[in-house]
Design a protein around this ligand. Sequence first.
Ligand SMILES: *Cc1c(COP(=O)(O)O)cnc(C)c1O
Length: 466
Amino acid sequence: MKDPIDVHLPLPADEIRALVEADHKHVWHPFTPMQEWYEQPCMIVAAGDGAYVIDVEGNRFLDGISSLWVNVHGHRRKEIDDAVRGQLDLIAHSTLLGTASVPAIKLAEKIIRLAPEGLTRVFYSDNGSTAVEVALKIAFQYWQQHEDPKKREKKQLVSFHNAYHGDTLGAVSVGGIDLFHGKYGPLLFPVRKVHYPDCYRCHLGLTLPECGIACLEELEKLMDSEADTLAALVIEPLVQGAAGMIMAPPGHLKAVETLCRKYDVLLIADEVAVGWGRTGRLFGVDQEDVRPDLLAMAKGLTGGYLPLAATLTTERIYEAFLGPVEEEKTFFHGHSYTGNPLAAAAALASVEIFEKEKTVEALQPKIEHLTAGLERFRNLEHVGDIRQRGFMVGIELVEDTATKRSYPSGERIGMKVAMEARRHGVLLRPLGDVMILMPPFIITLEEIDKLLDVTYRCIEAITQSA
Ligand SMILES: *Cc1c(COP(=O)(O)O)cnc(C)c1O
């Protein structure tokens, strides 16, 4: 039997032209300067196959970003395809408001079995931003329903500069990336912000390990003076992804947890990017044996198939929402597609692959291969920093490595490298001038070599001509 891809692709040239025209006429792309968009070649994805995405002309591209950090076991993974098709034979959607559903129940059970200890309850939503919103609202309401009236003063949230927790306004309020979030200032609620360790550009001008993670002092001071009014702290464990793969040194997360416990501040782990294996453990918090009060997951949850998110919490927090209806302790939150059965079926199949194939264990030699292969990037004149945690890599390009001076943003160096890589069959999407490598876990060692080779050569070509 012929592969469906070969049956459908390539599309006829006039159809492709019509698609490009319609895209340019009607589609507003996310996080995209649209004026620049029209000047770039319009890559239209039509199919996928393992670690590759395939465009309408039938060209194959190694998916160096896991279709924006979501894909885990590869595209068109048979077990997940079958699970979604199987669920389609039953029902595509039913609501969790007033009814339960088979895949949502099974998935919750499975997630809890694998999640960090202490987390026992699953609240579903549709994406990472909503999973964070849910966590923030639960944390806030938890204290409002506390039996000790003094604890009801705990209303403020703590987050980190350069944090990214999504694009809805609550998530933006706890976010800290000026370029993305600055414009919406007047719409946001106030949040206490502290520095995340950024060891390449330390705001204190210190270096590890001599500093002893001195940037933690700011958080300790804040908690020490204002604990009575602090409800929760939200953190991206280990890695601030969207900030450009900023990586916290070992011990930082544990120290944050210790402070949260000492001052009775709830710890919210935003595992949307790092969760489901990305850092080389199933969850980021597993790396430092941290037990958050709330944990948000999304991107990799369905293996990168369908939009689904979950916010996990503990019995202690959940119980604060129990009581007679008239006490109004209910969590009044939910979305039309909350816990969608198709997405839950995909997630269930993805989690089963994690268990059956020991995906995280199988990833270890690939992580080492990636580490070894990144070493030679240090020879490149314009590579300022190379950051890696598991299968998350950021290669920061700078105009001058001695002073760490960035390129003017208008030069679009990162974007130019990505466009060049595309001409060599690799799909990348940078964050500014930080080249991101986040391939699906099924990538082979040979494909890792190709990803690295093309990235290396394209950085070299673009930065030397700049
Ligand atoms: C991507 C991301 C989000 C937002 O998830 P969406 O599904 O895009 O809404 C939130 N937090 C982190 C850490 C992320 O990387």
